[in-house]
Design a protein around this ligand. Structure first.
Ligand SMILES: [Zn+2]
Length: 415
């Protein structure tokens, strides 16, 4: 009895997150295999298999409602109507516009959040029409992140059909503005921080998952000079000159492969006309790393280059930080309960998962708040953020079963 109390208090203090209580992956595989062998799980999987056509139809229907970041309401309404028919305990919007559906457990279990984002990167007014050929479905947004929105809806129906009860609560959060500002997840995590045991962000992914988030800093650097007509006295030059020199030097910086890091200069601009020197020449930098130290180091080296080149040309530098998302990791998380159990779920489903630390999605925000989180997804897709985006159809059904197994394994057996 005492032992139980002791263990229980340890769980309360740590949120079930210490090495002491974490089993081996092999032990979790045994546990998850037993869940997957249950008759009710088989009933739920059969339901998925019987409804391939319906799932594909609904997946396409949701995709065809474009939902640019900040304009998710129409798509959210469509999904809300579906959720209202599922006899859930609660369906509501929060103050950020996230659509939240609660499937309560029998009590005393953990609170598990499954998140898929509603928004797309495509401009308002884009008419989307999906086409199916050669086992694939083509449409902008079909994969990112509509495949995972559909996966969540299908799992709820399957759990209901098989009358599966869990001990913990399953909270399905359809988030807004993942692609731009993380506004949806930021708001959700802020309002619910102490109440979430585990967070699963479904975004991208199929046979792999991530347990930490890559840091991403976006900057717009400006060289500010006097400008003038092409024939005005030179020097000073157009502000494009220090820009060109700086870009060249920035690309010569060593960007480490380990920890995984990237640097990209994707946009630049200067004068609006041919016959003027740019008074403001600018370029963007997209800096990424799984290490915040690397981010800080590259940021300061870039600043030195900018200052030196500006001084050489007699100009000044102005830097706008477009956005900053720190690398998100929790010490020891690779060997945590959530990560090991998730590996077991993938293995029981027949996957040999890559387990990465460079996720870039809503999971980062949960991790930054100290919540144990992973990100994965329900199907293999290609060409995300492009008009040629497409997904393989058949694997989605297996991906949906994987998500469902993860839901049941994490929320625990009803007591
Ligand atoms: Zn996404």
């Amino acid at each position: 009895m005492r032992r139980t109390i002791l263990l229980l208090s340890l769980v309360l203090i740590t949120g079930g997150f210490t090495h002491a209580q974490v089993k081996t992956v092999a032990e979790y595989i045994e546990q998850v295999q037993a869940i997957s062998n249950r008759a009710d799980l088989k009933t739920a999987n059969d339901y998925i298999d019987r409804n391939h056509a319906e799932i594909l139809r609904e997946w396409i229907a949701i995709t065809e409602i474009n939902a640019p970041s900040g304009h998710e309401q129409e798509r959210a309404k469509y999904i809300e109507r579906l959720l209202r028919a599922y006899h859930l305990n609660d369906v509501h919007y929060d103050s950020a516009g996230n659509l939240i559906a609660v499937r309560k457990g029998t009590g005393g279990g953990p609170v598990i959040v499954f998140d898929a984002h509603l928004d797309t990167v495509f401009q308002p007014g884009l008419q989307i029409k999906a086409t199916v050929r050669d086992g694939k479905v083509y449409a902008p947004g079909i994969g990112d992140d509509t495949r995972n929105v559909e996966a969540l809806l299908a799992t709820i129906r399957a759990l209901n059909e098989a009358k599966i009860k869990t001990q913990g609560d399953l909270i399905f959060v359809f988030t807004v503005e993942e692609e731009t500002t993380f506004k949806g997840v930021n708001n959700y995590v802020k309002e619910n921080k102490g109440k979430i045991d585990h967070y699963v962000a479904l975004d991208g992914g199929y046979d792999s998952f991530t347990y930490a988030g890559i840091g991403i800093n976006w900057y717009r650097h400006h060289f500010i000079g006097p400008g003038g007509h092409t024939r005005s006295r030179t020097p000073p030059y157009s502000a494009t000159l220090p820009l060109a020199r700086a870009v060249e030097r920035i690309y010569q910086l060593t960007v480490p492969a380990n920890p995984s890091s990237n640097l990209n200069i994707g946009m630049l601009g200067g004068s609006e006309v041919v016959n003027a020197k740019a008074a403001d020449a600018w370029f963007t930098v997209d800096l990424r790393s799984t290490s915040n130290d690397v981010l800080a180091d590259l940021e300061s080296k870039i600043k030195t280059i900018l200052d030196e080149e500006a001084a050489k040309a007699g100009m000044t530098v102005k830097t706008d930080v477009i956005s900053r998302t720190p690398a998100a990791s929790i010490p020891g998380h690779r060997e945590s309960y959530l990560v090991r159990l998730s590996e077991a779920v993938h293995r029981v489903m027949g996957f040999d998962p890559q387990i990465g630390n460079a996720g870039s999605n809503n999971g980062n925000v949960a991790l930054l708040a100290g919540i144990s989180a992973i990100s994965t997804g329900a199907g293999p897709c290609d060409g995300s953020h492009s008009l040629a985006e497409n997904c393989e159809i058949e694997p989605l059904y297996k991906g949906i079963k994987k998500v469902m197994l993860l839901e049941v394994a994490l929320a625990g057996e009803a007591q």
